[in-house]
Design a protein. Structure first.
Length: 260
């Protein structure tokens, strides 16, 4: 029922080429009130995203594949900001979902500086740079007429994180150490808190969300307890009900609060 009233004017979603990103894209299109502007940041606009867009119901505004192929490349991010601004104008961007992520399988014994740097660049620096670049558009959305209280419908940054980044929970150590991934997601969680502290006062809600074991990095050799479609539905259900008390918090796709 929460989904009935959930309306977001504009959404930019990174990492749409497969896995959770593609499922979230489909889920957003299937909302009772789909976003008026949906930007799918992907590597291959003609690929899977293009096929999803081919199947959208007539009469709905098709999402625009966005030229944000690489969240580690400031020029790529700048081009995406330009494209979004062109479409949304002074209404701004309501929701930024930082979903692009990567991993390298590793143990503590085999972890390398190269792995650590690569994964951190995408999983932590990527969301930082994307959030910084889209901040003016998010602020415009937050300041739009009649907007009050914090919500994903007004203005929000949602960082797709992982329970593997929780220092307190320290889950699944026996199954997969993946030190570079864990460290990058723990850092992303801290970034989420920093964003919340800095931007909450300007009307922008910032949260971290664990989608469960569904994203491609986690698939190999491990059967997750959740399908990517279930996860996407759960994440969207959660986003529909977040408010000011949720700013700077960590959730899972079931709508449960997680320990940092």
């Amino acid at each position: 029922a929460a989904m009935e009233g959930f309306g977001v004017g504009s959404v930019l979603l990174t990492g749409c080429d497969g896995g959770l990103g593609l499922a979230l894209l489909k889920g957003l299109l299937e909302l009772p009130r789909p976003p008026r502007h949906l930007f799918a940041a992907c590597l291959d606009p003609q690929g899977k995203v293009g096929r999803v867009l081919g199947g959208i119901p007539p009469g709905t505004q098709p999402p625009a594949p966005c030229p944000l192929a690489d969240v580690t490349d400031p020029n790529s991010i700048k081009a995406a900001v330009g494209k979004v601004r062109e479409k949304v104008g002074s209404a701004g961007l309501n929701l930024l979902i930082n979903n692009a992520g990567t991993t390298r399988r590793s143990t503590l014994a085999t972890e390398t500086a190269e792995n650590m740097a690569l994964v951190y660049a995408t999983n932590t620096i990527g969301p930082l740079q994307t959030s910084q670049a889209f901040l003016p558009l998010l602020k415009e959305a937050a300041e739009a007429k009649g907007q009050q209280g914090l919500s994903c419908s007004r203005a929000a940054i949602v960082n797709i994180s992982s329970i593997l980044g929780s220092i307190q929970a320290a889950e699944a150590w026996e199954e997969r150490q993946d030190v570079c991934y864990r460290c990058s997601k723990a850092a992303l969680n801290m970034l989420t808190k920093c964003l919340a502290l800095e931007y909450g006062g300007t009307g922008i809600l910032c949260v971290a969300v664990d989608p469960g074991r569904v994203t491609p990095p986690l698939e190999r050799g491990m059967q997750g307890p959740v399908t990517v479609e279930e996860s996407a539905r759960g994440v969207l259900r959660l986003l529909a009900r977040l408010s000011a008390t949720s700013n700077g918090t960590f959730w899972d796709w079931r709508g449960q609060s997680l320990p940092w």
